[in-house]
Design a protein around this ligand. Sequence first.
Ligand code: SAJ
Length: 419
Amino acid sequence: MNVCVLGLGYIGLPFAALLARHGHSVRGVDTSESVLRALRLGNLPGLEPSLGALARECVSSGRLVPSGSVSRADVFIVAVPTPVREVRKADLSFVEQAVDSISPFLEAGNLLVIESTVPVGTTEKMASRLLEKRPDLASPEGRPLFFAAHCPERVLPGKILEELVEVDRVVGGIDPESTEKAASFYRGFVRGAVHTTDARTAEMCKLVENASRDASIAFANEISMLCVKWGIDPEALIGLANRHPRVRIMEPGPGVGGHCIPVDPWFLVASAPEDTALIQAARKTNERKTEWVLERIKKAACRFENPVFACLGLAYKPNVNDLRESPAVKIAGKLCSMKNGEVRIVEPNIDRLCPPLSALPNCRLVSLEEALKEANVVALLTRHREFEGIERRISAETLFVDPNGIIRAGTRKAGEATP
Ligand code: SAJ
């Protein structure tokens, strides 16, 4: 089949490569010339394991053609970003632009799938938008002669290629025929089950999955702040509570980052602000946790006149290089804006700082050894594998703050070998 994938980002590129691997003839469309150039040249550093190699292979074999413009296809997949703007409403302009660019090429019997995370009702709206531009594609009863469905991506950054194939999918069309058409397309390469529903349910399902995770993490974060008040170790406490057969508390940390979980709940809130008190409270609790951990790091630094902070980890979660919406970036930025103080960053997954941190005179990316040697306060912000057992490497004159804001003194005496 001829497939056109619009948006070659975190989801679109692996998806396009996967479709090409499954024998489809894929046109990968992106508006960024640098993305297209990198793909054409096979210059794809920093991608997920094996994705770079697969994308290179698909492009060189001609099964994946990077392009700045849409052309005719049997299936159009929209995988463009849907960011949340200041007013905490979804910005659908990229989806609208993508749909508009498809409109001149759309033919009766084609399938449009929106993979981008969108507010409930968007797939129906996009189908109507296409019909307005292409009234020739309406049946005499005004129904579209093309198929349109939502199939939200569900992959975990760090395991994208694997999860695109293995994880169950939810497919919902604007009518039963669209659902069936889209489901049979996905069944061609998904090993997990493909569950069918309508477009609105599929849209809401994705938002609810991420809002549910946000609320669960918020509970863990609230508990962790309470624990500090009573001198209780939150991780030990949660470990014990989770020994109950029907309790599963998540892991607290310095807040929730990434481009999905802190964003998607707002799509639900925007649609019904008065009926989403719990979802809003969860968002605020997770945002508050970042501020709270920052306050704890500053508290640890009180005794030093010009403290040197070591921030271990900038990524939004362990063992990835993704800094989007990362609580660690927010904390490091705020430490840099203190009147006194120097900030050393250790992030094994990047080789240079990017703005705003790169523009700050008191902020430097250094090795772990250098950071541990110079710091008065070491804050573990992301539990990368490189930082395992870090507590035992902190010298006795240095304070250590864990991802929950627990402050401890270092234990290693001067001259003692590091384990
Ligand atoms: N986090 C905690 N405590 C935990 C688990 C996570 O504080 O117990 C934090 C992480 O450190 C991170 C944030 O939450 O800052 C999000 O990490 P994550 O691993 O939970 O999720 P993402 O954003 O990498 O991917 C999520 C996934 N959604 C769900 O698991 C419901 C993924 O399946 C989605 O495809 C993705 O969002 C998306 O694109 O929506």
